[in-house]
Design a protein around this ligand. Structure first.
Ligand SMILES: Cc1cc2nc3c(=O)[nH]c(=O)nc-3n(C[C@H](O)[C@H](O)[C@H](O)COP(=O)(O)OP(=O)(O)OC[C@H]3O[C@@H](n4cnc5c(N)ncnc54)[C@H](O)[C@@H]3O)c2cc1C
Ligand SMILES: C=CC1=C(C)c2cc3[nH]c(cc4nc(cc5[nH]c(cc1n2)c(C)c5CCC(=O)O)C(CCC(=O)O)=C4C)c(C)c3C=C
Length: 472
């Protein structure tokens, strides 16, 4: 038997790819909760409105993005895909709230050459800063410190810090530069500055500019091809993103995969035949295990037999996010944008707001999602804020920032405990050490999911595909 821990999108994907590759073993997915999908969770209100608790948009680009679109085609749900082209207002208008005002971030090369508040200089001036700043030889550092050193403090405060909040609800002063800007960091390390590294790379690749790119090109007729032709910035699914795990569940079950809901795994003991899993009060023998549960959940399962591995896994932290979905009758927004993020230096109780219906309209309603907490959950919201408390903070902030005085017709408050891992400084080395330990001890264990190689939906599906390949 091949065991998969976790029935989120990565666990389901692992089962999907094992099945697709023709695995002959019985495949069992163990999911501790009573539903599959993990953080992908869409709810439908009695008046038909859709609320997304977790992810709502997916990027189509790069290998992992194209892979997800291929998966969508294989599941026969291409007709539900709604792409947002990069010319759309929500792709162009990404806002930040600074000094009591909403500002639209520059979205074209041209705009980088003019001064735009809250920046005191045109963004292009950051390149001069980079050329003047001396190289600092380092193994890793925070993305904030890297950008502050090389491009200046304003970019670190007003572009990078909110971006990190909008991807992992984390503090840019703690998150590794390798999380989002590995190439830029390497350019400084190898060439002395980002600009010199960029020019050197462009020069080294000059011939490839006119020949075939190493990134696979989508084939005509595929969804990835359509996404490229129509220049999608992001996409979602008509009816909500949860359709993806639900469709996958049906597909893998019809292929013979067993999905055990309320199947919390508490212990893994490796032996000569593979692994013995303790799930509830039952034991299961597996020839190998793909874990897609958060590293901190996997850690205690291994603590008795592999304390060092368990210790490293437990050092990959997570944060909790409070999500408030709000719906209003009619259009209550004065902005047509994706939403806005608030740099942590502004010390506001919320991290940002997504204007859901600007991207995907829902009849004559405005749907907004207010996100709060993350790395600042306890310091800004207290240790266990009530749902009413969270709702009141969200309403008060949107009243003051967006001037919405109308009461919502629908609302939903959710606290997503430990929902997003933090790739803090040293994360890459830690993951290497963890995988090195597994390899050295020849453990029949593969790691996939958001704790290791990327936190986006594309990344975790791709990580599950890689894990399935190893376990064939
Ligand atoms: C608020 C929020 C917004 C996001 N927005 C976006 C976005 O816009 N775009 C994007 O690409 N990504 C986004 N993400 C990230 C994306 O949602 C996640 O990375 C992805 O859903 C993670 O999937 P997963 O299967 O790896 O993990 P999970 O969804 O965490 O699934 C793991 C599963 O394991 C189960 N489990 C835990 N412990 C055990 C155990 N002991 N035994 C058995 N089962 C166990 C859990 O119940 C869970 O179902 C967002 C995430 C959040 C939280
Ligand atoms: C504009 C407001 C945004 C808020 C508030 C926000 C909150 C938030 N997001 C995540 C996790 C992810 N978001 C991702 C993508 C993404 N998020 C926003 C904006 C907000 N996020 C945008 C515009 C995008 C699209 C990215 C783009 O087009 O450039 C992703 C996926 C990243 C990827 O690699 O694909 C994740 C993950 C959390 C946890 C959160 C909570 C505060």
């Amino acid at each position: 038997m091949q065991a998969i821990l976790g029935g989120g999108i990565s666990g389901l994907s692992a089962a999907y790819y094992l099945l697709k590759a023709g695995s002959k073993s019985k495949i069992i997915v163990f999911e501790s909760g009573k539903r599959v999908g993990g953080w992908i969770c869409t709810s439908r209100e009695s008046n038909g409105l859709l609320f997304e608790q977790g992810p709502r948009t997916i990027r189509p680009r790069f290998e992992a993005g194209m892979n997800t679109l291929q998966l969508i085609e294989e599941l026969h749900i291409s007709h539900l895909v709604r792409g947002i082209p990069s010319s759309h207002s929500t792709a162009k208008n990404r806002m930040i709230f600074v000094k009591n005002k909403l500002h639209t971030l520059p979205s074209s090369l041209l705009q980088a050459f003019v001064r735009k508040a809250p920046f005191s200089r045109p963004l292009a001036a950051a390149l001069l800063h980079d050329l003047k700043a001396s190289r600092k030889v380092l193994d890793d550092e925070s993305i904030y410190s890297f950008v502050e050193r090389r491009l200046g403090r304003e970019l670190a405060d007003y572009a990078i810090s909110p971006m990190i909040c909008g991807i992992c609800a984390g503090d840019a002063k703690e998150i590794s530069v390798k999380f989002l800007a590995k190439s830029l960091f390497e350019w400084e390390q190898n060439h002395g500055s980002i600009t010199k590294g960029l020019l050197a790379t462009a020069w080294a690749n000059r011939e490839k500019l006119w020949t075939k790119s190493s990134v696979p090109k989508p084939l005509p007729g595929t969804l990835a091809y359509k996404a490229k032709q129509e220049r999608w910035s992001v996409w979602s699914l008509e009816g909500g993103l949860e359709i993806l795990p639900q469709t996958m569940l049906k597909h893998i079950q019809s292929g013979g995969v067993e999905v055990n809901l309320n199947g919390k795994c508490s212990k893994i003991t490796f032996n000569d035949e593979g692994a013995l899993l303790t799930v509830g009060n039952k034991n299961f023998h597996a020839k190998n295990v793909i874990s897609t549960v958060p590293a901190q959940r996997l850690a205690p399962m291994l603590a008795d037999q592999h304390p060092m591995l368990s210790e490293e896994l437990s050092r990959i932290p997570t944060v909790t996010v409070a999500v408030v979905n709000l719906a209003f009758k009619g259009n209550v927004l004065n902005h047509d944008a994706f939403g806005f993020l608030i740099p942590p230096s502004e010390q506001k109780p919320i991290l940002g707001v997504i204007f859901d219906t600007c991207s995907f309209p829902q009849n004559d309603f405005t749907v907004l999602t207010v996100m709060m907490g993350g790395r600042w959950f306890e310091s800004r919201l207290g240790s266990s804020p009530s749902a009413d408390n969270i709702l009141n903070i969200a309403l008060s902030e949107i009243r003051s920032i967006l001037r919405i005085s109308q009461e919502p017709c629908n609302h939903q408050v959710s606290v997503l405990k430990d929902c997003i891992p933090q790739y803090v400084v040293g994360h890459h080395d830690r993951v290497e050490k963890i995988r090195g330990y597994i390899q050295k001890h020849k453990l029949p264990l593969s790691l996939a999911g958001s704790s290791y190689d990327g936190v986006g939906v594309n990344d975790v599906i791709f990580s599950a595909k890689q894990a399935a390949k190893i376990n064939l």
